[in-house]
Design a protein around this ligand. Structure first.
Ligand SMILES: [Mg+2]
Length: 306
């Protein structure tokens, strides 16, 4: 008679879930308007994770944001014991995992951090010149992020953001650091600089050029492999051009992947893997952001009969 496997031994067994989800947070999961997550999205994330579909966040957000906006609601919604969620934060510089009992230790790759003196100067710049439109995100450990106040209209913020970006770039020069503003139409064009400014629709991230959604994807694969989990296929979801780097990396490393773009208004680039939009669910062009992200989570739940 074979002795039953201990929990530890069971956890070591290789598993090959049908899908793994690698999710940008702002846009597809959290509303870029309210910055929080709809209860139905939380419920679908819990259901998918409870069915052993790996759910991994790959975000520029801090670990504090993920704990507050995603982890706490998932635990409150009844995440089962034995389910682990991984969160890769600050574009790969920071990561942690959580279960129904709360967060595990936070890991930080300090070599990927922006120098503190630079961050201090940006904090001062925001306080003196930009505090009506944006705030300095004090929860970041490796990046410097300055975000739109939710009550400021988007077009006002985007106009002010251009001025802020130019000032933040000037300060880089004064610190003897090389930096460039990321050109959304030519990812990788800033390769000669050490740091980049990445303006999004709600924030500007200032970060090491070694950070990115591709680094997050590689960490995601490692975190699962360490637990013996080798997914049969991946779905990556994002709302920015830079989010394609998740699928680029997975495809390049021979993982089967489809990328979901929940804000395809920027144009869908030609890729060697399938790119899905809300139109593939027979939804209109007006279904974007977390409405589209939520619709895809629901479609996977239905397809997997969870
Ligand atoms: Mg996003």
């Amino acid at each position: 008679m074979t002795a039953p496997l201990s929990d530890t031994a069971r956890a070591q067994l290789p598993t090959a879930p049908a899908l793994a989800l690698l999710l940008d947070v702002d846009g597809p999961i959290a509303s870029p308007v309210t910055r929080d997550v709809k209860p139905e999205i939380i419920a679908d994330l819990v259901a998918l994770a409870a069915a052993d579909i790996p759910v991994i966040f790959n975000t520029g957000r801090s670990d504090a944001f993920i704990r507050e906006q995603v982890m706490a609601p998932m635990i409150a919604a009844g995440m089962p014991q034995g389910t682990t969620i991984h969160a890769i934060c600050e574009k790969g510089a920071v990561w942690f995992s959580y279960t129904a009992t709360g967060p595990g230790p936070v890991h930080v790759d300090h070599e990927l951090a922006v120098p503190k003196a630079y961050g201090d100067d940006v904090r001062r710049l925001v306080a003196e010149d930009y505090s009506a439109h944006m705030f300095f995100d004090e929860t970041k450990r490796a990046m410097v992020s300055v975000e739109q106040h939710v009550d400021v209209p988007s077009e006002d913020y985007l106009a002010e953001q251009k001025l802020f970006d130019a000032d933040a770039l000037d300060i880089m020069g004064r610190h003897g650091l090389s930096a460039a503003i990321l050109d959304h139409h030519a990812p990788g064009s800033d390769d000669t600089a050490d740091y980049r400014l990445d303006p999004t629709i709600i924030s500007t991230d200032i970060e090491s050029v070694r950070l990115g959604k591709d680094l997050g994807a590689s960490r995601a694969v490692e975190l699962l492999a360490a637990r013996g989990i080798i997914p049969q296929a991946w779905r990556t979801v994002g709302d920015s051009r830079t989010d394609y780097a998740m699928a680029d990396w997975l495809h390049h490393n021979d993982h089967e992947v489809k990328h979901v773009d929940v804000r395809p208004a920027d144009g869908v680039p030609v890729k060697p893997y399938p790119v899905l939009t809300a139109a593939d669910l027979n939804l209109g062009d007006d279904v974007i952001h977390d409405d589209a992200g939520g619709a895809f989570l629901r479609s996977w739940r239905e397809a997997l009969e969870i």
